[in-house]
Design a protein around this ligand. Sequence first.
Ligand code: AKG
Ligand code: FE2
Length: 224
Amino acid sequence: MAAIRNFPDTKGGNTFDETLFERIAGDLEAQGYSIRPGGLPIDIANLLYSYQQDINERKYANAGIGRGTDFLKTDFVRTDEICWITGESEAGNRWNEWVAKLQSYLNQRLFLGLFSFESHFAHYSPGAYYKRHYDAFRGEANRILSVVTYLNPGWGNTDGGELVLYRDDQDREGIKIVPLYGTLVVFLSEEFPHEVLASARDRYSVAGWFRVNTSINNSIDPPR
Ligand SMILES: O=C(O)CCC(=O)C(=O)O
Ligand SMILES: [Fe+2]
């Protein structure tokens, strides 16, 4: 088993993060996904929570599938609303900084070559869902690792809105994850079909994706 640091290191790292990051890395190595209740540092969870509450309804856009000219809005697949996280807020900055530490840890530990990260807040109104899907398609070398965290204090057993992570195409049962405050879920984007069950309450989350660098001939992809 890998050694877990229990002393402050001298590289400006954070002991707590490194223990968590090592657990996530170990989970990814062993099974391709990691589910960590309370994984999101509480100060970042609180910042994201209050920022998310302040987001004017106007800033949320109906979610669709694809980007740019490929964007397709379809209630058949998903009915949540999203708001991309930019570096304009303290909450967004702190989240991005923390994610960057996770990125470099995973790159060193698992050689994943994670290059860039994008994320958005999502709001599922009562009744909203996101049908079974993959975040990335094999061979397209775009999204490599999905990260989801939840901003819902006191989620109850009857509130629905679980994330169901399926081990493969054949799996119909899946692993149900309650979208409780601070739970962190990380999984290989090409490996795990998943869905969000209809939620009985307003459900708030942040979903993000690490991409690899697929730049060819000076054309930068993804754009930074
Ligand atoms: O909110 C979740 O639990 C997962 C959302 C999701 O699958 C997505 O945005 O691609
Ligand atoms: Fe997804």
